[in-house]
Ligand binder design. Sequence first.
Ligand SMILES: Cc1ncc(COP(=O)(O)O)c(C=O)c1O
Length: 369
Amino acid sequence: MTSRNTVPSFEVETTSAPISDADRERALEQPGFGTQFTDHMITIDWSEEQGWHAARVQPFGPLPILPGASALQYGQQGFEGIKAYRHADGSVWTFRPERNAARLRATAERFYLIAPDDALFVESLRSLVAVDHEWVPQPDGEKSLYLRPFIIGTEQFLGVRPSKTVTFGLIAGPSGIYVGGLGNPVNVWLSEEHVRATIGGTGEAKCGGNYAAGLGAHAEAKTNGCQQTLFLDAETRTYVEEFTSMNVLFVTSDGHLVTPDLSGTILHGITRASLLQIAAEDLGMTVEERRVSVTEWRERVADGSFSEVFACGTAAVITPIGTLKARNFDIPPARHTGGEVTQALKERLTGIQYGHIEDTRGWMVKLRD
Ligand SMILES: Cc1ncc(COP(=O)(O)O)c(C=O)c1O
């Protein structure tokens, strides 16, 4: 699909029934993750004839969608996850939004949808933060405003073909630590039956179906006392790919940072890419993007040469991995779980995001003064 990329002006309808100051303060105090939403949302419609149009900031609430819409019937949709961070001077910033915009367009391409260009994507973040800035938490305890852009095919028909109309939406909610935390390693379950992605499939796309397909394994993980699932490659069931919603990284005792390469089945994590760059440029580490087998994980934790194992993503930031549990074996936590390198990487990344460390790479984009 082709897109007409003029940035439409946003019509703004503010809510007549905002959440009370006291309830908002309570939400900001203990944001959790993904359960509380701000007062407003954005929708922008797209059609072949009109391009992007009807850009609206409006009260948060149900979306009008026809029951036969392609998003509901055939899963023609995609989404993103990005955060807004408050700095000490009160200004609000976001991190590498052009990367999220590009990934949403890549997802759109995979599903024959359409997604905004960088300018419209960032303008939508700005427009929502403009009305809901009081929902951006003070930066204590790593709080932020989690923003969820999404695209849905809205045309109603039951023949399988791409929708001729699309809606881009943006909702947001305050967020705290998603899972784990430096002193709280996450135990993970090895999915031996279900895979997440295969070459030529949709693993690189950020689409709801990938997550829905992982929910069976997630239930298994929960039953086994784990919070996340680790998926293996579909062909050999040997190599580590990624977790439910995070990429995986290994620190070696001789200063290497090892992570599965982007082989066509793994989400191109923006946190992953940023950490690899920080590790190489700021910490002088050697970065290895290559296949890592479960056997290598097991043997190198046992001999101490994998000294730290951690996961990363926008929601989780960085969290150490504890035990990997499988049907017939466990891999215990690495010797220095949550150790020096995990901490240094987290400090540098969040330092840039919250404005304590100078952003020398132009990663931060201001959303509000
Ligand atoms: C499957 C999966 N892998 C990795 C990530 C991490 O990506 P990012 O760092 O861009 O948030 C996410 C989160 O979006 C994810 O859902």
